[in-house]
Design a protein around this ligand. Structure first.
Ligand SMILES: NC(=O)c1ccc[n+]([C@@H]2O[C@H](COP(=O)([O-])OP(=O)(O)OC[C@H]3O[C@@H](n4cnc5c(N)ncnc54)[C@H](OP(=O)(O)O)[C@@H]3O)[C@@H](O)[C@H]2O)c1
Length: 296
């Protein structure tokens, strides 16, 4: 028995192979094309998720589902329409209300999006998240559980629902053709790899470290039909950061070699890269995009 067969009996059984690039020697910009692909982005009506959704359609997706939890439904539909109308060919953008804490709601939404976007789902971005700043010694149980429920369990329910759709697409297609294989991208954080100061956010930090290792684990288990990677942003100018005292922001600026916050739209290229064939040999990775914050 080979070493791989010994360690991964299932790999031997199913001849587990990472999706191959359809045409590696084609001109490089074609590697980034998402033409004809469909996607779902959780937390897609504002902040990073909204810019990611925009990037995916700009790169060619024919349909993108954006999910939300507390955004007003009429506003969510308006946002979906405005993305669609801003792109040539008016791709299909649909907004779905879905609290990622509920496995049932996530499964229903992912399956519905796959049906309504033309019968398939190629890219799923588990991006929805919350932040809180509470000293660990005083952390109330309900708030700690809420953080893990949204940032960790919510990511797992989303990735698991995506994997089920992608696995069945892959099985339905000729397994060797690469068709039906998907890309799952998780928004983690630099807080997965360091402890931010001066804010106290042990629950947030732990939830983000957990999703990075979860992504690595899923990448190994799901190699045949889905690549799984993380993006770990540093300080991004979204509502999540707007609540902090000016004093904290000044301290952060001194700690970021780049000396500034990042616009959410500056991240969309990294998600397109991970969603596309440009990253065909990348799985289980964590792309840190932080203006150098984690370096010193
Ligand atoms: N901003 C940063 O500096 C930064 C840095 C590193 C990582 N991140 C991560 O990036 C992701 C997006 O953050 P952001 O900065 O764009 O924050 P944001 O502007 O506050 O957006 C958060 C998004 O998550 C959604 N959401 C929150 N709770 C949810 C739930 N229970 N179910 C479903 N959706 C839920 C929100 O939907 P509603 O608006 O409908 O409630 C919203 O779309 C998060 O995972 C965050 O931890 C952010």
């Amino acid at each position: 028995m080979s070493l791989q067969g010994f360690l991964f009996p299932e790999a031997r059984q199913f001849n587990m192979v990472l999706s191959t690039h359809p045409n590696p020697s084609a001109p490089v910009l074609t590697h980034f094309s998402l033409a004809g692909k469909t996607a779902l982005v959780t937390g897609g009506t504002r902040g990073i998720g909204l810019e990611v959704a925009r990037g995916l359609v700009e790169a060619g997706c024919s349909g993108v589902a954006i999910t939300y939890a507390n955004t007003d439904s009429i506003e969510a539909d308006r946002i979906a329409l405005s993305i669609s109308e801003s792109i040539a060919g008016t791709p299909k953008i649909i907004a779905y209300k879905c609290n990622v804490k509920s496995k049932e709601a996530v499964v229903e939404t992912v399956e519905r999006a796959a049906r309504e976007l033309g019968g398939k789902l190629d890219i799923v971005v588990a991006n929805a998240g919350i932040a809180d700043h509470i000293a660990a010694i005083d952390y109330p149980e309900d708030k700690f559980r809420e953080m893990i429920d949204v940032n960790f369990h919510g990511v797992f329910w989303t990735a698991q629902a995506a994997a089920k759709v992608m696995e069945s697409q892959w099985k339905a297609a000729d397994a060797k053709s690469g068709e039906g294989r998907g890309s799952i991208i998780i928004t983690a954080s630099v807080s997965a790899i360091l402890v931010n100061i001066p804010q106290r956010q042990a629950a947030y930090n732990a939830s983000k470290a957990a999703v990075v290792h979860l992504a690595k684990s899923l990448a190994v288990e799901w190699t045949e039909f889905a690549r799984v990677n993380c993006v770990s942003p540093g300080f991004i100018a979204t509502d999540m950061l707007s609540v902090h005292p000016e004093q904290w922001r000044k301290q952060w600026f001194q700690m970021i070699p780049g000396g500034r916050l990042c616009e959410a739209a500056e991240l969309k290229g990294s998600y397109v890269f991970l969603a596309s064939d440009a990253s065909s040999y990348m799985t289980g990775s964590n792309m840190v995009i932080d203006g150098g914050y984690t370096l010193p």
